[in-house]
Every structure is written in structure tokens, then in C-alpha cells.
Ligand binder design. Structure first.
Ligand SMILES: [Ca+2]
Ligand SMILES: [Ca+2]
Ligand SMILES: [Ca+2]
Length: 437
């Protein structure tokens, strides 16, 4: 944590939260809103990458399939605000986010922090008014297929989950949010989504995970943070966890998306740190399958995880850095060190440059700043690696990148410094081949 103590970090984090930049999402009431895969035409033919984002891509005629994750900060203060902003194609932030996506041209893209609405209007408007329209000369990014679904954020639990003596507000929701669906997520794909095969884990109860790291009361000996009644309803996923099968020719790739809570914004009980650990664990157990995943049930009541040898790519802002930051030790290692997962460890010169220029907490970090994916407050945790694209070992990795250009180079105007023109996070991508492995 460098030269800043825990108290200082917590204080700064709270200030940042109040400013509305780095905020976790949480649960919304579960409605039976159907998950949506939008049928489209044939898979578009793609040319070479429009912009080089990784050294290994340079000069190469890119092949394979590009998976990307991007916490786009396309969240707003009130329900309907994002729809209003995206209905007009001139929102400066949305245009900049779309330009980053167009520069990277992912085939399958997860956007975190994208406010959910039941009619999927925001997801559709971003596709038609922004991604599908050339931004600053970039080729449009056409996505015939969309998947989105409800999020636990802003869904009232009816309990005092943060134990502040009153019921209500974002911290007593199933996931942090001031309205239902705030900080949700959406998947865009150039390949067909097997809608019937999608599994969601929005309702899975935290206490149904064996040996869950449930928080304990820091004051009352042998007491849990949550009451028995609360444990019977508290959900594990702070947004949702989705297994979205994408069809590539005759093959299927399970796209496993989520957005675990930041480990901060809590007290010494560390309820968010523990939740972050277990949210990451859900996928670690899910990909293991068999007996390990036997306890996992989806929102349709089906139990179990992936079958042996299934292809998958894990996407998302996991809110956990392997070396630095406030997450529990070993949180992200549950995935990075899984024998079923490969870590392409994307890097960017711009990330290393930002760490050196911004200093403060960054100077005390143990992790290599080239792998950072988020530009956080340097008087707090500093820049971290939190956004991941993690393919199964059954896929062949061809390259990877982080969209973080060095200062003064093309695209750096899209990443910028606080207040960011796009997001405090960077787009992370990995190219894989489904052949030869
Ligand atoms: Ca409360
Ligand atoms: Ca914590
Ligand atoms: Ca920073």
C-alpha cells in the first residue's frame, strides 16, 4: 500500500465514491425479464485491426477472435438518464468510449458499468447511435448480437446489510446501486449468441457456497455480520454472473462475465473484500465443474458447472490486483493460478508511463505497472490490474493488449487523466484461435 495507511486509503476511497467515479455495483430485484440475444445477419467479414493496441499485433494481419472487457463507466445518476444520453448520438463520453471500441474492434465485448434497463434500450441505442457510427474516422463496430440481463445493483434487500441501524439505500441493496440496474453490464458480439444456452447466477445465495467467506461481526464475539434471516436472502453476485455461450462455426465458447464488488467501502469486517473473493471463486469453481461445481445453481434452478474440456473466456472487471490494492490475498489468483486458465498478461507502455508520472501509491506497488488496467486515485490505492480476459487452456492465445497509449500518441486523448474522457478503466483484449489446440 506504499506510504499511505489504511485509514488514509479508506478516507480517500470514500471521497472518490462521493465524487461518483469509482463505485461498486449491487443487486436489483429479480424480475423475469428475458435475457436477450438479438438475432442478426451473417457474421461480418473483418479486415485487419483498425489500430494497433499491442506490440505483438504490429504489422500482423490479425486472425483469430478478439475478446475484450471494458469497464466503460457508462453509468448515470438516475434511471433513464443513460437512455436519454444515448438517444442523442452526441454524448461526448459515449462517443469516446465507442471510439476506443472501434479502435480495438473486439469480436466479443463485455461492457461493465452500463446501466441496465428492462427494455434494453440503452444497449440498443449504444449499438446503433455510437458503435455502429464512425467515430473520428474509425471503422464502425457492428454487433449483430447483444446479451444483457438484470443486475442485483440497486435492488432493495429489505434488510440492514451494512449494519448502520437503518434499512434502505444503496448499501442495503443486493448490490451497491442507487437504482435498480445501475452499474449493470452488456455483452456485444459479432458471433451468434446461443440464447437458449445462457445461464445466469443473479440469485445464487452467498451462504449456499460451501465454506463461504462470510463476514463476522468485528465487535460481538462469534456473531456473524449478517443475521440468519439476512443470510437466507443475501446474494453472492454484486451485479450478476452470466455464462453466455457464443457460437463460432461448429464450436462454442462460454463467455463468463461478472463484475465483483470492489473490496473497499466497508469496515474492519471487510464484507466487500470477502464478497469479492467469493464472487471470483464462483467462476473458479464453475470452470472446474464436476464435484467442485456441484453446489452452484443458476437462476433456472439447474446445478453444476462446465463440462470437462469446454472452451471458455472469463471477462470482467474483477476488482482484484494480484499484488497490490485492497482485495484479499489470493482473490484473483483463484483464476490466474487455475490449471484450466491461461493468463496472457496483457501490457501497455502507457500503463507503465502513467504509474511513473503519477507516483504516490504507485511508487510503492509490487506489481509491474505495465499490466495496470485502471487509473485509480494515487493518494489511495493507485493504478491497478483489475480488468481481465482469461481464456481456457483449450484455446490458443495469439496476442493481447491494453488500450493505454502513451501521452501524446494517437488515442491518448481518449484515456486521458482524471476527469477521464472515457473511464478510469482501460479496454483489455486477448486474441485467441479455436484451432491447433
Ligand atoms: Ca443500512
Ligand atoms: Ca474492505
Ligand atoms: Ca492514478
Amino acid at each position: 500500500m506504499g506510504r499511505f495507511g489504511t485509514w488514509t486509503v479508506a478516507f480517500v476511497a470514500a471521497a472518490v465514491l462521493a465524487a461518483g467515479s469509482f463505485v461498486p455495483a449491487q443487486a436489483a430485484p429479480v424480475q423475469a425479464v428475458p435475457a436477450q440475444a438479438v438475432p442478426g445477419q451473417a457474421v461480418p467479414v473483418r479486415g485487419p485491426a483498425a489500430l494497433v493496441i499491442a506490440p505483438e499485433d504490429q504489422g500482423a494481419d490479425r486472425k483469430g477472435i478478439r475478446f475484450a472487457t471494458y469497464n466503460a463507466s457508462l453509468n448515470r445518476a438516475n434511471p433513464g438518464d443513460l437512455i436519454r444520453d444515448l438517444a442523442d448520438p452526441s454524448d461526448a463520453q459515449a462517443k469516446a468510449v465507442a471510439q476506443v471500441v472501434q479502435a480495438a474492434q473486439p469480436d466479443v465485448l463485455l461492457l461493465n458499468e452500463f446501466d441496465y434497463d428492462a427494455r434494453h434500450e440503452a444497449a440498443e441505442l449504444f449499438r446503433t447511435n455510437y458503435l455502429g457510427v464512425s467515430q473520428q474516422g474509425q471503422a464502425p463496430a457492428d454487433y449483430p448480437y447483444i446479451y444483457t440481463a438484470p443486475s442485483n445493483t440497486g435492488v432493495p434487500s429489505g434488510f440492514d446489510l451494512n449494519n448502520d441501524g437503518s434499512v434502505g439505500g444503496p448499501e442495503d441493496s443486493y448490490g451497491y446501486g442507487t437504482f435498480e440496474g445501475q452499474y449493470g453490464m452488456v455483452v456485444y458480439s459479432k458471433y451468434p449468441i446461443d440464447e437458449a444456452g445462457v445461464r445466469t447466477f443473479q440469485n445464487f445465495r452467498w451462504s449456499d457456497m460451501p465454506d463461504a467467506r462470510l463476514p463476522v461481526d468485528p465487535v460481538v464475539r462469534d456473531a456473524g455480520w449478517f443475521s440468519a434471516d439476512e443470510l437466507a436472502t443475501v446474494r453472492l453476485s454484486s451485479k450478476s454472473h452470466w455464462d453466455v455461450p457464443v457460437t463460432v462455426g461448429s464450436r462454442t465458447v462460454h463467455v463468463l462475465v461478472s463484475h465483483p464488488t470492489p473490496p473497499t467501502f466497508d469496515g474492519t469486517e471487510d464484507r466487500n473484500g470477502k464478497r469479492n473473493f467469493d464472487e471470483i471463486r464462483l467462476w473458479a469453481d464453475y470452470i472446474q465443474g464436476g464435484e467442485t461445481a456441484r453446489y452452484i445453481y443458476d437462476d433456472d434452478g439447474r446445478f453444476g458447472g462446465l463440462g470437462r474440456g469446454e472452451r471458455f473466456v472469463i471477462l470482467g472487471d474483477q476488482n482484484s490486483d494480484p499484488r497490490d490494492g485492497d482485495s484479499l490475498r489470493g482473490s484473483i489468483d483463484q483464476l490466474l493460478e487455475s490449471r484450466l486458465v491461461q493468463d496472457p498478461a496483457p501490457s501497455a507502455d502507457g500503463a507503465a508511463e502513467a504509474s511513473a508520472l503519477q507516483g504516490a501509491a504507485n511508487a510503492g506497488h509490487r506489481g509491474d505497472p505495465r499490466h495496470d488496467t485502471a487509473d485509480f486515485e494515487d493518494q489511495g490505492v493507485g493504478n491497478l490490474r483489475v480488468d481481465y480476459v482469461l481464456p481456457s487452456r483449450t484455446l490458443k492465445v495469439l496476442g493481447s493488449g491494453i488500450y493505454w497509449p502513451k501521452v501524446g500518441t494517437p488515442g491518448s486523448e481518449l484515456t486521458g487523466i482524471f476527469p477521464f474522457p472515457t473511464s478510469d478503466h482501460r479496454l483489455v483484449s486477448v486474441d485467441v484461435s479455436l484451432r491447433n489446440q
